[in-house]
Design a protein around this ligand. Structure first.
Ligand code: ADP
Ligand code: MG
Ligand code: MG
Length: 896
């Protein structure tokens, strides 16, 4: 039988899978000799067993009994003992911290008798009844599932009766009455009385924690954070310490560094005479951690000492929950803290410079997603903030970034509007876990209450979402859907749908749209040396250098124009992995394409192609020049030709109108016939890619000629063009061979005509399952493969992206059929397996085969790690994502 329960002294920080993050770190702190109230942890394995069967696994109850008995012996009192009760908290704690996701019940063991014992022992009746009312409240909400509003309402009434908003103004008698009313609330809403038996309280709370793993908001959070659904949560049973014993007691949170900037210092909040979540729930105004020194110097200095110990021990930013009970400091939680993207980079380098971590570790501690976040535009300082927008308030800068959007007051509207493409700012008095969906959908979050550690702030930072919180100068009326503020002494009302801008770096809130500028990190990538003055940019620079020096794969860009190619190169691209040619058939060139399609005779067709040739040659010359010396993979025309023809309805109308006027237009008529003729039921699976090259005489030859003539011209101009001609949508080797022969003939001709010796590669895209499965055959004539993972995903799954994303993806994501869209991150088991097979088969026939990927997955962090694993030579992605791919390619080879 597995061991289901571990004493805090038995675990350690590396047992997160089994003990959850909270339990593992409580154990670690216990073993470091820090003052942690004794307790034990029930494993995630027990939770999984419980969730599978719906009952406690065999042996769990007995094990809990043994550990509880040991705890009671240690503390010298029994759980709920009438004259001197041992009280415990039952706390959830999964492997990954899920802030506010799962609930905790404090003060378990109190009942109508033991509350008197607690009063006598502590000498404070007020404290005893305050603890009891908290227990009933939390128990009712968490274990019995009663809407917390019912309790909050009663509490508010009690305060109102005393004409106060401060819970400290309630005296023992008020709290005793509150306990009675709370008990009535329980009977009314749960249909049963509050359980008086301490062990029953504990057992039911443990069960409730197990079950909280599957609440909607936990499921949503996991999906957002890509946390697996089957891990389960551990449960910690921890003896209580009391911050609500008077003004010499209190509870607080602390960070070893500023989680928004990374700066070292004293960061945190403290609240006197309070318990548990009070400090983050914003019930009273907290004091800054630094001020604790004035109230309780001894505890303050001990806390600073512990913070340093923890940071050196974890070698990272830690966040901490602590409680002071009548002058004695207790540690209740620590973990490696969440941080903003900017802080992640700064901290990684600061720790490196302090000698705590290596550069490899520094690289592994930042992510491509964080780098992407740093590349978002900022509000433009220089044009004056008030430019067209007026500043209406300043709050707490909780999570950096600039967000502009329409005001919405609830999650539902946030989701609905953002689905229809609107950028929205979710405005709430404060957020709670039920707002999660809206927070995910919103561009930014604005609250009128709560500090840097409020739910909104913590969750927003975790998501990398812009957030301004605690804007006390605004009044949020979610019922009337109005945000009231004042500007230049004048009261203003902002309604749902009005545009506001929020700055998560300064805390400013603007009415209207504030213009944005490129981030300094982007300016650095663009080659602006001055940007390096900025500490953050310098940190990014060092991380990027190390990643570049470490990675095995190279990184190329998907770029179709000389401008894109040049930018990609500045961003560190080592070539072009995909240069599409379809845009070269658009605009004024459409007429030529129409002539090509309508050609009745060889001469007409050749005429059209001959006119396209010099235009394309110029396009290629520009791109090869921008990428001089680096490989450029050019894809021959891929989309179906009818995509270049006018829209069928538009054309029909034109023809009909002309006929009605009695002046029929010959050309339009022919065009309409052609459009009808070429119409396809499933264009994605129709006449496109290599199939065009096979059936449209001269088309691929013209393109190849344009490419090779451009290369010859570059050589004559002293350049070093490295051309790779890529044939799309190949399914079988004969298709490829047919086209390849044509290209080789063209190359011979161009060599003869120009006298320039040309070297280039001819390869193919692998974007059909058949191509992957016959990759050994295709590798014989093909010199390189480039995985077109967008089409490969479509053809493997048998759905077209444009048709399905709107139709059923959200249902699939909701039901957990997809963890994440296979268009966003490579489907390792299916599409990934085809890639693996193609790599293996291709290399077996041609060991020198060059392998890359040019689908959008080339810039997706998780996918990049997969491509490293299967041994591709390079990834290619959009120019803007090149730095992200460089970083992730580096991270994919440094040890974790
Ligand atoms: P969360 O995961 O939401 O942080 P916790 O289990 O840490 O939940 O508990 C919620 C609050 O209760 C925290 O402020 C925590 O410090 C406090 N708390 C938990 N256990 C105890 C205890 N044994 N004594 C005093 N306070 C506690
Ligand atoms: Mg906690
Ligand atoms: Mg394709």
């Amino acid at each position: 039988m597995p061991k289901y329960v571990y004493d805090f002294a038995e675990g350690n920080k590396d047992l997160k899978d089994l003990l959850g993050g909270k339990g593992a770190n409580l154990a670690e702190m216990t073993n470091l000799g820090l003052p942690v109230p004794p307790g034990f942890t029930i494993t995630t394995e027990a939770c999984r067993a419980y969730l599978l069967s719906g009952t406690q696994p065999e042996g769990l109850e007995a094990e809990i009994t043994t550990h509880l008995a040991a705890l009671e012996a240690k503390m010298g009192k029994r759980l709920g003992q009438s004259d001197d009760p041992l009280l415990v908290s039952v706390r959830s704690g999964a492997k990954h911290s899920m802030p506010g996701m799962m609930e905790t019940v404090l003060n378990i063991g109190l009942n109508d008798q033991s509350v008197r014992g607690l009063a006598a022992q502590s000498g404070s009746e007020r404290f005893a009844f305050d603890s009891y009312r908290r227990l009933i409240q939390m128990y009712g909400k968490t274990v019995l599932g009663i809407d917390g509003e019912h309790f909050a309402h009663v509490l508010d009434e009690a305060k109102r009766a005393k004409d106060t908003t401060n819970d400290l103004d309630l005296d023992a008698e008020d709290l005793r009455k509150l306990v009675e009313t709370f008990k009535e609330v329980i009977v009314e809403h749960a249909g049963r009385p509050f359980p008086q038996e301490p062990r029953e309280q504990m057992d039911l709370a443990i069960r409730a924690v197990f079950e909280s793993w599957n609440t909607d908001r936990a499921v949503i959070y996991r999906r957002q954070e890509r946390i697996p659904t089957d891990l389960g949560t551990a449960v910690n049973v921890c003896s209580m310490v009391f911050g609500n014993l008077g003004m010499d007691s209190g509870t607080g949170v602390a960070f070893t560094r500023d989680s928004a900037s990374g700066a070292q210092g004293i960061y945190g909040d403290y609240l006197q005479n309070a318990q548990g979540e009070d400090v983050v729930a914003g019930i009273r105004n907290t004091m800054q951690l630094g001020d604790l020194e004035k109230i309780d110097e001894k505890s303050y200095h001990q806390l600073l000492q512990i913070m340093q110990t923890l940071e050196e021990h974890y070698r990272d930013l830690c966040d901490i929950e602590f409680t002071i009970e009548r002058g004695k400091l207790w540690m209740l939680q620590t973990r490696v803290g969440k941080r903003t993207a900017a802080a992640a980079f700064r901290i990684a380098l600061q720790l490196t410079d302090q000698g705590l971590i290596t550069m490899d570790e520094a690289v592994s501690r930042v992510s491509g997603a964080q780098l992407a976040h740093l590349m978002f535009p900022r509000f433009d300082d220089s044009v004056g903030r008030a430019h067209g927008a007026q500043r209406i308030a300043v709050g707490i800068a909780a999570s950096p970034g600039a967000a502009v959007g329409k005001v919405v007051f609830d999650s539902y509207t946030a989701v609905k509007w953002s689905r229809s493409g609107e950028s929205v700012i979710l405005v709430r008095r404060e957020t709670n876990p039920d707002d999660l969906n809206g927070m995910i959908a919103a561009a930014g979050i604005l609250t009128s209450r709560g500090g840097k550690t409020s739910h909104a702030a913590v969750v927003a930072r975790g998501m990398g979402k812009t957030c301004v919180c605690g804007v006390e100068a605004i009044d949020v009326d979610t019922k009337k859907r109005i945000l009231r503020a004042s500007s230049h002494g004048k009261a203003i009302e902002i309604h749902e749908g009005d545009v506001i801008s929020i700055d998560g770096t300064s805390g400013e809130v603007f009415l209207g749209e504030v213009p944005v500028v490129a981030s300094p990190v982007v300016r650095y990538f663009e080659g602006d040396e001055d940007a390096l003055q900025d500490e953050l940019v310098a940190a990014v620079d060092r991380v990027m250098r190390h990643a570049d020096g470490t990675r095995r794969m190279s990184v190329r860009a998907n770029a179709d124009t000389p401008e894109d190619a040049a930018r990609a190169r500045r961003f560190g691209a080592q070539g072009i992995g995909l240069c599409r040619t379809e845009h070269m058939f658009l605009g004024e060139r459409r007429v030529l394409v129409e002539r090509l399609i309508l050609a009745d005779t060889d001469a007409e067709r050749e005429g059209a192609l001959a006119e396209l040739l010099p235009l394309q040659r110029d396009d290629f010359t520009g791109i090869l020049e921008a990428m001089d010396g680096l490989p450029v993979t050019i894809r021959l025309l891929d989309p179906p030709l009818h995509e270049f023809l006018p829209d069928i309805t538009e054309l029909s109308v034109r023809v009909a109108v002309a006929e009605a006027r009695g002046e029929p237009r010959e050309n339009d008529l022919r065009l309409l016939q052609a459009v009808h003729q070429m119409h396809e039921q499933n264009p994605m699976l129709g006449l496109r890619g290599v199939r065009l090259g096979v059936v449209i005489p001269g088309l691929f030859q013209m393109q190849s000629r344009a490419i090779l003539e451009a290369a010859a011209a570059r050589i004559n101009a002293g350049g070093v063009p490295r051309v790779e001609i890529m044939v799309p949508l190949v399914a079988n080797v004969q298709e490829f061979e047919t086209v390849k022969l044509d290209i080789i003939q063209v190359a011979r001709d161009v060599r003869a005509e120009t006298g320039v010796h040309l070297e280039f590669l001819i390869g193919t895209m692998i974007e059909l399952p058949r191509a992957a499965l016959t990759a050994d055959q295709i590798a014989e004539p093909a010199e390189f493969f480039s995985f077109g993972t967008n089409d490969l995903t479509q053809t493997t799954w048998g759905f077209s992206r444009d048709d399905v994303e709107g139709a059923f993806f959200s249902a699939y994501l909701e039901k957990g059929i997809f963890g994440i869209s296979p268009f966003e991150s490579i489907d390792v088991d299916g599409v990934g397996e085809l890639i693996r097979i193609a790599v293996e088969k291709g290399r077996s026939r041609r060991p020198s085969l060059k392998l890359g990927v040019c689908g959008e997955h080339g810039g997706d962090p998780d996918s990049v790690h997969f491509f490293e694993k299967v041994g591709l030579d390079y990834v290619s992605c959009s120019p803007f994502r090149v730095p992200i791919a460089r970083l992730e390619a580096g991270r994919s080879v440094v040890p974790d």
